[in-house]
Design a protein around this ligand. Structure first.
Ligand code: GLC
Length: 618
């Protein structure tokens, strides 16, 4: 009896207050309104501190969690290697959601946006699938595949609450001595546009699942060797020493394509053009990108990129924000940035109109992404992180990325019942070398840094015939191997895997793109103990291999394939064909670099070793 009366009272209260509750929702909280309407309403309710907070992007190890609430921080990121401990997808989701809860405790409850560099999979996360770096995807010439790769990456990122990906790179690398060459799809502008927009579609999906960030605007791939003033870098973050006509024909078109494909955040380059750091380039950022190209998303600086403009931090901040940067990837001293912004606004050096424009752009994107409705990690997707489905996709991408440069004496495909196979080279059994930079750590690292299948493991798994023997030696020493009569054994097939040690950005700048002495000795040793020799190169760019090409019966450029080594053996042993085509011209010698693409000879000693687009079938 009493229960019934209680329920009636409860029902009455709900019915009487329901309409009021509905009326309590403020316009910006109403998902039925447009992003523009919601952003305008929210902006009108914000203080200057709340506005500055939205323009502040902080590296996750540098933030005092309560400052997210108290200083209204709008964005956080994990730089390369910015993982929680343990470095698991679930721990990532817990970490990011923990920060997000702090943002939701602010008076207006504006969710923060959390970013990371998922440049070849959610590649900071142990156990995530590591896909081929862009140089390999460029060799696939397959935009549908690239879209699927980026969609799988987006899914693994959403599972951890990271809804912002600092990818794809839109660089059009013109000098392969650049340590970021492998982050580019190609030396060719149109191919970059085609594949980068495919990735944007894959990342963002139909409802802006993960915000893509075409980067680094503009001309990052066109800098001159020796022009960098950052650390001991030689070309990374240097001067894009081209006129506006070249800038507009070679480096700018991918950004128009990206905007047309729905890009809503763009990252500025560390490089310089026209005598000015890109982070201060009002003409290119505001007049060209936002004006002429019609970009209506928000501009984010690169990691401390604003600081490089001038030693006077106040002037650097004023110049960059006024040039059109909307969000500053600080990444460390956020209280200094916020204080500087307050001073600049009160001094009138940065107008409220510019602040409101920047904040409106940021808020609008957050509304379009649905962050206000779904700010937390999509944990139902956690089971997909590192899943077999994603590994199969990566395996296909690896196979399609391989470029067969030589195949004489029917060396390839290798029969699965070949009696004796020698495998030489530490790189044959090294997930870290296979994956390259931007993997778990910023610079990557050799060794078994995450779950995956090495090329050696793949060879052993493929040559399953009990009569077939696979012998491995990291130094290629097989002189102790003997045949039935005790004579030195000559393998039917020798496979040598050589690789660049992982690197990222400027530390990878190099004027010596050559096979090392140790690698040459390895090749010579396996050559001497094999009937036929197959060389597999793991690298972030073409290397000078002219002599070794002569020594090998077959030569495969495998780039930086990532965790799925079976993708290499699928082609090596004939289950799949070789279809990859070079997306970078291959030099005969270092003297040819940088290429004068407008005047490339097609034959003779002055011609490249292999032209853009080269690749044998099998
Ligand atoms: C780096 C890179 C940029 C990356 C950012 C965050 O310095 O230049 O590509 O997205 O910092 O890790």
């Amino acid at each position: 009896m009493y229960k019934r009366i209680g329920f009636v009272w409860f029902l009455l209260i709900v019915l009487l207050t329901a309409p009021a509750a509905a009326q309590d929702i403020l316009p910006y909280q109403n998902p039925d309104l447009s992003p523009d309407e919601r952003a305008a309403d929210l902006l009108s309710r914000m203080s200057i501190d709340e506005k500055i907070g939205q323009m502040t992007l902080v590296e996750k190890n540098s933030i005092r969690p309560n400052d997210i609430t108290e200083m209204y921080i709008g964005g956080l990121l994990s730089g390369g290697g910015g993982y929680p401990r343990p470095n698991t997808a679930e721990a990532w989701a817990d970490m990011v959601d923990g920060f997000q809860q702090k943002a939701l405790e602010t008076p207006l409850g504006i969710p923060l946006i959390y970013g990371a560099d998922g440049v070849h999979g959610h590649s900071n996360v142990e156990g995530a699938v590591i896909f081929p770096h862009n140089i390999g995807l460029g060799a696939t010439r397959n935009p549908e595949l690239v879209q699927q790769v980026c969609a799988a990456t987006a899914s693994e990122m959403m599972a951890t609450g990271v809804y912002w990906n600092y990818a794809p790179v839109l660089a059009v690398p013109q000098d392969i001595r650049w340590g970021r060459t492998y982050e580019g799809y190609a030396e060719n502008t149109n191919l970059v546009s085609e594949l980068a927009t495919a990735c944007i579609r894959g990342l963002q999906g139909e409802s802006l699942d993960v915000l893509a960030t075409p980067k680094h605007f503009v001309g990052d791939g066109g800098t001159a060797w020796g022009s960098s003033t950052t650390n001991d870098y030689m070309i990374d973050q240097g001067v894009t020493d081209v006129d506006e006509a070249i800038l507009r024909t070679v480096h700018l078109p991918p950004y128009q394509a990206a905007i047309d494909s729905g890009a809503l955040s763009i990252m500025i380059s560390f490089s310089s053009w026209g005598g000015m750091k890109m982070h201060a380039q009002e003409y290119l950022i505001t007049d060209v990108l936002k004006g002429e190209l019609g970009f209506n998303g928000f501009i984010v600086s690169d990691w401390g990129g604003i600081d490089q403009i001038t030693p006077d931090y106040y002037q650097a901040v004023v110049a960059s924000i006024n040039a059109g940067v909307d969000m500053n990837m600080v990444p460390y001293q956020y209280t200094v940035f916020i204080g500087t912004m307050k001073s600049a606004i009160s001094a009138g050096d940065i107008s409220m109109e510019r602040i409101d424009d920047a904040v409106l752009r940021i808020l609008r994107v957050k509304f379009v992404m649905g962050l206000f409705e779904q700010p937390l990690a999509e944990r139902s997707l956690l089971e997909g992180v590192g899943s077999d489905t994603h590994r199969e996709l990566a395996r296909q991408a690896v196979t399609e990325s391989l470029v067969l440069l030589k195949n004489d004496n029917e060396a390839l495909p290798i029969a699965k019942d070949t009696p004796h196979i020698f495998v030489g080279g530490a790189a044959a059994d090294d997930i870290g070398v296979q994956s390259g930079g931007w993997t778990i750590e910023w610079q990557g690292g050799s060794g078994s840094i995450t779950e995956g299948t090495t090329i050696l493991e793949a060879i052993k798994a493929t040559v399953a015939d009990p009569d077939a023997q696979v012998k491995f030696d990291r130094f290629g020493r097989f002189e102790d191997e003997t045949d039935e009569s005790g004579n030195p054994l000559i393998a039917d097939i020798g496979i040598v895997v050589i690789g660049e040690e992982p690197y990222a950005e400027g530390p990878g700048d190099s004027n010596e793109l050559v096979v090392t002495e140790a690698q040459q000795s390895l090749i010579d040793r396996v050559r001497a103990s094999s009937e036929k020799l197959v060389i597999i190169l793991l690298s972030g760019r073409p290397l000078v291999i002219t002599e070794d090409l002569e020594l090998a019966d077959a030569f495969v450029a495998a780039w930086l394939p990532g965790t799925e080594g079976l993708g290499v053996t699928d082609a090596l042993f004939g289950d799949k064909p070789f279809t990859g085509k070079l997306s970078f011209t291959w030099p005969r010698s270092m003297d040819q670099i940088p290429f004068d693409f407008a005047n490339l000879p097609s034959e003779g000693e002055d011609a490249p070793l292999f032209p853009f687009g080269y690749g044998l079938g099998s």
